[in-house]
Design a protein around this ligand. Structure first.
Ligand code: DAT
Ligand code: MG
Length: 140
């Protein structure tokens, strides 16, 4: 499988509960390498641009408020098939449906406050990485 990069976000519910290290350990144990990482606090507007694809969904406003409520850790994960592998480690969007051992099964509080984001395709990964990281921040 090809080496890929994906954009991951450790969300406010998880940073608030000091879970960054535990979540990163799951990524690393799965063979994903954290090649860029920073802790930032998004404005509601910045969260809104990031999640623009969901603008028409009923939960959009709540989602943007939540993403701006506490700092997040944005990161680039790299590895063989990193996009799918990260989605596997994350677990299903709703923690009630997430497989045992996944980040969301272990840590997520609800479908809305579900601890992590991960890109869902190569095209979205490229756009999402460029939203948070400059070329200079991405070591080859
Ligand atoms: P994922 O984060 O698994 O890619 P998604 O892209 O469908 O899921 O949705 C983006 C985020 O929006 C999700 O992580 C949490 C929020 N969300 C999705 N469905 C929701 C719902 N039914 N109620 C509240 N928030 C929801
Ligand atoms: Mg998604």
């Amino acid at each position: 499988m090809a080496t890929e990069r994906t954009l991951s976000i450790i969300k406010p519910d998880a940073t608030k509960r000091n879970l960054t290290g535990k979540i990163n350990a799951k990524f690393e144990e799965a063979g994903l390498r954290i090649v860029a990482q920073k802790r930032i606090k998004l404005t509601k507007e910045q969260a809104g641009v990031f999640y623009a694809v969901h603008a028409e969904r009923p939960f959009y406003d709540e989602l943007c408020e939540f993403m701006a409520s506490e700092p997040v850790v944005v990161q680039v994960l790299e590895g063989d098939g990193a996009i799918a592998k990260n989605r596997e480690v994350m677990g299903a969007t709703n923690p009630a449906d997430a497989a045992a051992g996944t980040v969301r099964a272990e840590f997520a509080e609800s479908v809305g406050e579900n601890s992590v984001h991960g890109s869902d395709a190569p095209e979205t990964a490229a756009v999402e990485i460029a939203y948070f990281f400059s070329g200079l921040e991405l070591v080859g």
